[in-house]
Design a protein around this ligand. Structure first.
Ligand code: ADP
Ligand code: ADP
Length: 230
């Protein structure tokens, strides 16, 4: 069974045409999967569904083969295991210092103080932000903020990491750093799922590509197959 799966999922925002019209996708454990498509294709909507933040109007989402349950306790557990990094790090940064921000998730999970400290230290080391502990996150560069947001998710040790447009609004050097980070996460055994409108990036980075347009899936498979005739 795939680790995460959407089966025939549909969704429409209020007073809008369908954002997703019967989409089925499978995310294999340990894969690097890219959802690729133009703006408005439905990528963000699908990602939000895969970690329970949106509930499909019809169809089903499964994690480890089991349909999602939408009670608070199940959602909390799912979101710990399927970490979500928003496109805009500002919506994810909640605390006055980097250290407190990264600690937010593990504190919420009820980890004891020693474990929180360790999780924060490890996560900041991972994203290359040791020494930034006392800095106010809102004064950092775009690339640094992105890495703070990633560290905050990593501190909860999710098995799956979902990134909505991980490199949008970043300069080329910061984009490269973030993609290298995603590679390291994947080679450490985590499942990594990204959305992007950047075909080149998907081609270079992903081992599995899902091509979306207008709320539907156009093609899926290895990057060489999917992009051979597009
Ligand atoms: P993508 O991530 O591929 O850019 P989205 O999932 O954000 O696509 O959007 C899919 C469709 O749903 C688009 O037509 C978009 O305008 C619409 N949409 C997204 N979010 C909302 C919202 N909060 N309210 C109304 N329509 C939305
Ligand atoms: P993305 O590529 O992440 O979808 P968008 O510009 O499509 O970027 O959307 C940015 C934010 O605006 C998202 O939170 C999305 O839900 C919301 N949004 C997108 N389209 C609409 C819309 N037509 N009406 C209201 N909100 C929207």
């Amino acid at each position: 069974t795939p680790l995460l799966e959407a089966e025939n999922v549909a969704y429409a925002y209020q007073n809008s045409p369908p954002a997703l019209a019967g989409v089925s996708v499978r995310i294999e454990a340990g894969s690097k999967t890219a959802l690729v498509g133009p703006n408005g294709a439905g990528k963000s909507t699908l990602l939000l569904m895969l970690n329970g933040m949106l509930r499909p109007a019809s169809g089903v989402i499964r994690f480890e083969g089991r349909p999602l349950a939408y009670d608070n306790r199940s959602l909390r557990d799912l979101r710990r295991r399927v970490g979500f990094v928003f496109q805009n790090p500002d919506v994810q940064i909640v605390a006055p210092t980097v250290e407190q921000d990264v600690a937010f998730g593990p504190v919420n999970l009820g980890l004891p103080p020693d474990a929180v400290r360790q999780a924060v230290r490890d996560a900041l080391g991972y994203v290359g932000l040791r020494g930034y502990e006392k800095r106010p996150p809102h004064h950092l560069s775009g690339g640094e903020k992105k890495r703070v947001a990633i560290a905050g998710i990593l501190a909860m040790q999710p098995e799956v990491l979902v990134f909505d447009e991980p490199t949008s609004a970043l300069d080329p050097a910061s984009s490269e750093e973030v993609m290298e980070l995603l590679d390291e996460l994947a080679s450490g055994g985590r499942t990594v799922l990204v959305s992007t409108h950047d075909v080149e990036l998907a081609y270079r980075w992903a081992d599995s590509v899902i091509l979306m347009e207008r709320g539907g899936v156009l093609a899926r498979g290895a990057p060489e197959e999917v992009f051979s005739d597009h």
